[in-house]
Design a protein around this ligand. Sequence first.
Ligand code: ADP
Length: 472
Amino acid sequence: MEIIHVSAECYPVAKAGGLGDVVGALPKYQNEHGQQSKVVMPMYRTKFLFSNEWELVHEGQQQMGQHAFNYAVIKEKNNTLGFELYLVDINGLLDREKIYGYDDDTERFLAFQIAVCDWISKWLHKPGVIHCHDYHTGLIPFFIKYAFAFRHLASVPTVFTIHNAQYQGQFGWEKFYLLPPYDTAQWGLLDWDHAINPLACAIKCAWKVTTVSPSYLDELRQSANGIENLMQYERGKSVGILNGIDADVWDPSKDSMIVKNYDDHMVKEGKRKNKKELAGHFGLDPDKPLIAFIGRLVGEKAADILPDAIRNSIYQHHGNANFLVLGSGDAQVENRLDEVKHQFNGYVNTYMGYNESLSHLMYAGADFLLMPSRVEPCGLNQMYALRYGTIPMVRSTGGLKDTVKDFGDWQGYGIRFNNADVNDITYSVGRAIDLYHNKKDLYNWMRTYMMHLDNSWDASAKDYIQLYQSLQ
Ligand code: ADP
């Protein structure tokens, strides 16, 4: 089956978070299962663009409001990523370095979606399924059903995956004129709460809706940034499919971004060397348990409580653990983390910014990975940690609940807590320190055991294929 993934991110072309990891891996695994899975995304000006070979496959012109725009579609020549990759170039809108964060993001992703629909509608054949990811591509299921120019595609099944329902891409009805001409009797499908809401529209119009973990689907029916009722109403066509990890990219025995490669037989030695490198670089003590945090410094990840939680843990546990934070986001959180770092020099360090190779070294060198998330649709970090023998310390929510078992339970291999607050984190840090120093046999067993868990895309790639097949 020909599967067209449409997304704003795809690792290693452009990644801001888990969406990029998923779209960079899932198609490859689907192809290994005999499908023809392809990715279409915007052509940002990133390093990947300049270091690969491309061919032009299509040029077109479309209208957005009063403005006509030209677009081009290029294809990566060598299938370097294990799938066909297409980039859509729209000068003046997509030719930027960053993925998001511009004032005209609404126009940028609208033009992208219009160009994708126009290009696919010009093919001589129809694809088996169009799989859209997150709100940036959420209007596509509507366009191909109700925009007059693309109606030829109306019979193509669409699947929409919610990676994060916090971001919905709403914009006011005063911008309705930017949409391609459509059957206006259907305007209600675009609307949620008196605004055009691409995420809600996708949930209404896609043939199937998936979330990136089963628990997240349950949670969205209770709390979904205003669209809870819609999630309840559309429960019949919704299903939670747990993300996997790209086991080729995230493999401590082959990872070129870490100092010492290791497998489950030499986890102790391998992690020790990587930790030594980290500790040396960040001025930390390699003999103390190292607790890492990697991620966006935003409320969803409970990053705002990190500074107090770290401070409190150091006081309560007499400085018996070290902390290393890699992230960027909320400026206030960054400043407060900076204060803690200066206050507890030698116990805490931070790297503010995005650094892919440092993240790999941290998964390899840290002893524990802290994820106190308030909301975690799936979470990939804990799965990377498991693969690298790093014990996840997670709040019991969303995908974290689906992938981590507390070591107090039968065959548990992680640390779980219930609340995103300073007390629960401090208590969990105490459990981590105790495990590290006083329960060495259990600690070593956990590390080896978790490295054997199969969280790769294999199982989930098959689930998606079955879902597509049910739509044919
Ligand atoms: P989300 O998509 O909500 O940010 P996920 O857990 O699904 O969270 O995915 C996060 C991905 O982004 C992981 O691959 C993680 O390693 C990576 N990541 C997040 N912040 C950084 C950072 N500052 N530097 C490097 N990698 C990061």
